[in-house]
Design a protein around this ligand. Structure first.
Ligand code: HEM
Length: 124
C-alpha cells in the first residue's frame, strides 16, 4: 500500500508546501521575529524533512535532528493563541495555493491544524 507521502506527490509536494508557507512567514509580523536566523531556508528544510518523515517518506529528519519531540523543541517559543493562529493562517494560505486532490488536502490540513493547536504553550 502506498504511503500518504507517495500519494500526495512525494518530495516535490512537501518542498512546494514549505516554500509557500515560509513565503508567508517572511512577511508575518507575529511569526517572523520568532525566527532567530536571517535566512529562513534552513528552518524551511527542517519542516520539510519533518513532514516528509511524518507522512511515511524518508527519515532524514531523525537522522539529522534526532527524535522530533516537537512540544519540547517549541518550548522556547512563546506560542499563544495569536501565534498559533498566525501559523495556521500562513499554512492555510500555503495549502490553499497547492493543487492537490481534495481528500488528500483535507487529511493534510486536519493534521497541520491539530498539530499547531497541540503546540500551544501559553494560557489565554
Ligand atoms: C503553533 C505555531 C508554531 C510556531 C509559532 C512555530 C515556530 C517555530 C519556530 C520559531 C521554530 C524555529 C525555527 C527552526 O530553527 O527551525 C520552529 C521549528 C520547527 N517547527 Fe514550528 N512552530 C509552530 C508550529 C509547528 C507545527 C504545527 C509543526 C509541525 C507540524 C512544526 C514543526 C517544526 C519543526 C519540525 C521545527 C524544527 C525543529 C528542529 O529540528 O529544531 N511547527 N517552529
Amino acid at each position: 500500500m502506498n504511503t500518504f507521502y507517495e500519494r500526495v506527490g512525494g518530495e516535490k509536494t512537501f518542498e512546494e508546501l514549505v516554500t509557500r508557507f515560509y513565503a508567508h512567514v517572511a512577511t508575518n509580523p507575529i511569526l517572523r521575529p520568532m525566527y532567530a536566523e536571517e535566512d529562513l531556508k534552513p528552518a524551511a528544510r527542517r519542516l520539510q524533512m519533518f513532514l516528509e518523515q511524518y507522512w511515511g517518506g524518508p527519515s532524514t529528519y531523525s537522522e539529522e535532528r534526532g527524535h522530533p519531540r516537537l512540544r519540547i523543541r517549541h518550548g522556547g517559543f512563546h506560542i499563544d493563541t495569536s501565534a498559533r493562529d498566525a501559523w495556521v493562517s500562513c499554512m492555510r494560505s500555503a495549502v490553499d495555493e497547492m493543487i492537490l486532490a481534495a481528500d488528500l488536502k483535507q487529511e493534510l490540513w486536519d493534521y497541520l491544524e491539530a498539530a499547531a493547536t497541540h503546540l500551544l504553550n501559553q494560557p489565554d
